[in-house]
Design a protein. Structure first.
Ligand code: FAD
Length: 414
């Protein structure tokens, strides 16, 4: 279907934003018989470009189940790195990791892995190929939405090129800050962390032995996350001023600083990708739904990357919203109606709030040199190290498998 033809047609769902979250939602709804228009402001060339900024994701068990169900996991399997050990170490004012540490392993939770790492480029490319193949998805790229307004039982969208589209519901998956949320008059709460993360990939001399490391340094955490081959993704968080200065360094100068902070944990390092910088803030939409409108992913919640959970949280939104919409459609309900959208909002509210606050508090507790907090952190690490029950609970929580779990996160059909 081309966009001109669409002006005469009504579709079921319009999604703003075609990165991982918006695209997965489109695929699930389309596979369940809904007609979806996926609108993305980037060009198709940009979306399918080979350029890699080094971003990688820690995917939890629920996300893996959803990707397996969509036959995406099998296609990325060879590019996926299993993580079976996690080492958390706190740092002091010397910026050196200190002996106080917490060790988690897959044996603690009785599974073959704790989480999996995948590079953004591999996951995106497989999803994009699936979008192209789907006959129920109209993929509009290089498009910007000018306006959205509710007209009776439909929502009407006007694109920058003048086309008008109508659907039963529109969904904002346009990231942070979300234009579609602003258009729907959804306000958000949050604050700027005045921290930024520098992200990239390094090759190292020594094998990572499937271990992920997080050093809690005074200015912010440094995560070293294993990738396939002798490579790791680093997420190095610090004050934005400092990060901007570091980001200006050339490859060699930057590598010197990075080697210092890696503390020889992986032997000699070489840079495998350019570095990218991401400013960090917390933002939570005050409402996940409005009239014929819902939010998913970073457009609903932008959280600190300290726990590597932002995308997993967005994928939980996708699993819940698709389940609500598909069941409503099967029951002959109005999928954009307030009763249906309220189910989604109620289902997601507490998980989003809990994880947003957890990441916020963890960052505040660990990203500083306060002596009392250092002692408390040490005590907490000791307590968790000795308690298999707490370890198991923490791991279950991080895998998104606590509470009312949507079917797709258990790998089951809706
Ligand atoms: C340093 C860092 C490390 C991270 N590590 C992890 C991790 O290990 N694990 C994890 O789970 N999460 C991680 N995250 C979080 C994760 O990157 C995000 O949560 C996730 O990428 C959000 O995906 P999204 O599709 O919701 O939004 P985005 O990826 O921001 O996509 C939004 C899309 O909408 C498009 N768009 C924007 N405006 C418009 C418009 N007006 N019209 C049409 N399209 C529009 C954009 O072009 C974009 O393609 C990390 C984040 C950071 C910053």
């Amino acid at each position: 279907m081309n966009s001109r033809k669409m002006t005469q047609e009504k579709t079921n769902v319009i999604i703003f934003g075609g990165e991982i979250v918006g695209s997965l939602l489109a695929l699930i709804l389309a596979e369940n018989g809904m007609r979806v228009v996926l609108i993305e402001k980037k060009s198709l060339e940009d979306l399918s470009s080979d350029y890699y900024d080094g971003r990688s994701y820690a995917l939890n068990a629920g996300t893996k189940n959803l990707l397996s169900f969509l036959d995406i996991w099998d296609e990325i399997r060879e590019k996926v790195q299993t993580v079976s050990k996690v080492l958390l170490q706190q740092g002091l004012e010397t910026s050196r990791p200190q002996p106080l540490e917490l060790k988690l392993s897959n044996y603690d939770i009785g599974t073959s892995s704790i989480f999996h790492m995948v590079e953004d480029r591999f996951l995106k490319n497989v999803i994009l190929k699936k979008i192209k193949k789907s006959t129920n998805i109209t993929h509009l790229t290089s498009k910007i939405v000018k306006s959205q307004r509710v007209k009776g039982s439909l929502i009407e969208i006007t694109l920058n090129d003048g086309f008008i589209l109508k659907s039963e519901i529109a969904i904002g998956a346009d990231g942070f800050p979300s234009r579609s949320a602003t258009r729907a008059k959804v306000r958000s709460s949050g604050w700027n962390y005045n921290q930024s993360s520098i992200v990239g990939v390094v090759r190292h001399e020594n094998n990572h032995e499937n271990q992920a490391i997080q050093f809690f340094l005074p200015a912010g955490p440094l995560a070293i996350l294993p990738l396939t081959g002798n490579r790791s993704c680093y997420v190095w968080t610090m004050d934005t001023k400092e990060a901007k200065l570091l980001n200006k360094l050339d490859g060699e100068q930057f590598l010197e600083k990075l080697t210092e902070v890696f503390n020889n944990f992986r032997g000699k390092l070489t840079l495998d990708t350019p570095k990218s910088i991401f400013p960090l803030s917390l933002a939570m939409a005050r409402s996940l739904v409005k009239e014929r409108f819902a939010l998913v992913g970073d457009s609903a919640h932008n959280i600190h990357p300290i726990a590597g959970q932002g995308l997993n949280l967005g994928i939980r939104d996708v699993a819940c919203l698709s389940e609500v919409l598909i069941l409503a459609s099967r029951n002959g309900e109005d999928i954009g109606g307030a009763v249906v959208l309220d189910r989604y909002s109620k289902w997601r509210h507490s998980d989003i709030l809990a994880l947003s606050l957890f990441t916020d508090v963890t960052n505040k507790i660990f990203s500083n040199d306060n002596a009392i907090l250092q002692i408390s952190r040490g005590l907490a690490f000791n307590l968790i190290n000795r308690s298999p029950i707490i370890k198991k609970y923490l791991m279950k929580e991080a895998s998104g498998s606590i509470g009312d779990v949507p079917k797709l996160l258990e790998g089951k059909e809706i």
